[in-house]
Design a protein around this ligand. Sequence first.
Ligand code: HEC
Ligand code: HEC
Ligand code: HEC
Ligand code: HEC
Ligand code: HEC
Length: 468
Amino acid sequence: MFYIFIGNLFSMKNLFRFFPLFFLVLFLALFLITGFTTGLADLSRELKGQYDYKDFESAAKCRSCHGGLYEQWSQAMMSQAFTHHWDEIEYFDLAVAHAEKDPSLAEAVDGCNGCHTPMAYLAGDLPPARPEENTMANESVSCEACHLIQGTTTDPPFNYSYMMEPGNTKYSSRGKGNDSPAHRIVSSEFFRTTEFCGTCHNEKSPFGVWVKSTQIEWKEGPYAEEGVRCQDCHMPEAPYQTAMMGKTYNDARLHLFHGAHDPGKVRGTVELRIQPDIRLAEPGETVVFTVALFNQKTGHKFPTGSVEDRILWLQVEATDASGKTWILPVDKKGFEGEEYTIAGEELAYQDMGIPLGIENFEGVQRDGIPAGNRIFRMPYFDPEGRMTIMQWNTASLGVDYRIGPRETRMETYTFRLPFETAPGIMKVRAILNYQLLVKPVAGFLNVPEDESEIKTVNEHVTSLEILP
Ligand code: HEC
Ligand code: HEC
Ligand code: HEC
Ligand code: HEC
Ligand code: HEC
């Protein structure tokens, strides 16, 4: 029987019959191999659980010689990426709870730790104990988490695609034989690149959607061409002694890593000017105000990173001589998806009901700010097309109405002066506000106040005279 089969197989007729099948099998094999090396099944996943906590050194040890850099880092969010209240709430109450209900998300939810607490990820402590247990997971993005990185396995870098190995050799950009009594130093140009930051600052959701793309935004913007990197704005150069017993360098890299949680960094990011088309008007007349918003400070879009959480909005208010104030609604431009960029009363974020076990959850207010205000954002949508703040549950993105690096956005406000407008000077104020986490979500999840505090980015006032 077998011989007959083989014999048949080699007959000319059968060769032709099997040819397409042969190619199909070859194609499938190639597809699988390349899929595993370049695709979503990222190589760094092999790092998961490969080591033990005791293979790593604690930041407290680095502190004994690098005290200054340690204190800077400890005031930055990366030292709290696992312990910070909102991170704890979102990870445990939403993400881990979601993966318990839908096991297909388990890989992605373990992956949170690949960026937020790499040592826990490499030690396979998943999910790590809550911050109050004080395990090594609390070190978050520690000194070791960065200074053991040797390169990336993907282009562009994303989803913790770093190559990392614990040990007494620390990698960094300066190197050149500066000795340390505590460790070996290997010079690595990778530390001067933005790809280094991109391993954690670009993220793809399990649906293959870019839910974080700070390094990609940078690369497409004007600063990449000019060679102004992440490090130049977030790790400024200054004369500083980087280690006890070490030298004082004129170009030492401070570990400030200040970002959206530093009101001073956010302040003035966008410059604002407002002007009316006429300076003298009567009640009942129509005035058009034009606002120019110039993103003068960020090297990426604004907002960037956790775009699903953030809200940046422009409010324009007119106050007449008697003190009566009107909030002006922005003029519509008519682009697709514009409804997500104008504040309203809609409900959203219904998918939070899944991990929280609330059936038919109606959602919470989408914006929580005065209706008619312009919002600079990019909405994220869950598989059912509803707006979500759960980036791992993001199946598509909406209109991108954020402000790009060095971009200037124009908005107009057409205002028919009410007949009761008092004569005299009318002041018109444009205020650009920023919130890390949309207020209705913060309130619903009991996230402490500071995460939804309103930060003023900038404001400008103009005036016109109202005739009696
Ligand atoms: C190992 C992963 C990892 C690497 C590498 C990394 N980051 Fe981060 N970074 C994070 C995580 C996680 C957060 C979020 C912290 C939090 O939970 O608020 C973050 C937050 C930040 C913030 C935000 C601070 C704020 O106030 O919101 C800045 C700025 C920042 N990183 C800059 C950088 C720069 C610059 C580089 C490259 C030199 C870099 N990061 C490399 C993981 C990383
Ligand atoms: C030209 C200066 C400049 C460059 C270059 C730059 N940034 Fe920023 N970055 C800023 C400013 C200003 C802010 C504060 C405003 C804001 O939150 O976006 C900021 C904010 C951030 C935040 C917090 C964003 C948020 O809203 O939560 C992160 C994270 C960040 N930067 C990472 C990076 C990374 C990674 C790179 C390189 C790929 C980079 N930055 C390049 C100026 C810069
Ligand atoms: C016993 C003191 C000591 C301890 C502990 C120590 N270092 Fe250092 N380290 C030094 C000295 C000294 C230098 C050289 C400084 C110079 O260039 O003048 C240095 C340099 C470095 C550099 C700079 C490499 C470059 O670019 O030249 C890195 C990165 C570094 N240390 C990381 C760490 C980390 C991470 C830890 C904790 C795991 C640590 N160090 C603990 C003393 C120490
Ligand atoms: C988010 C990643 C990140 C973290 C966390 C981090 N570093 Fe660094 N560190 C860098 C990068 C990137 C450079 C080099 C920047 C460059 O050359 O542009 C650097 C440079 C250094 C240098 C050399 C500075 C110089 O200019 O000579 C020392 C020393 C150092 N780091 C120690 C530490 C210590 C100690 C900690 C923990 C308290 C720490 N780093 C945490 C990314 C990090
Ligand atoms: C590819 C790396 C990466 C992965 C994977 C990742 N994060 Fe993040 N996460 C970051 C970075 C970088 C930031 C900071 C962005 C910014 O400042 O805007 C951040 C910010 C956050 C914040 C906002 C912190 C704040 O205070 O505003 C929360 C909450 C958070 N992540 C939770 C999660 C959860 C939960 C998961 C897993 C489902 C996850 N992250 C997966 C890199 C990652």
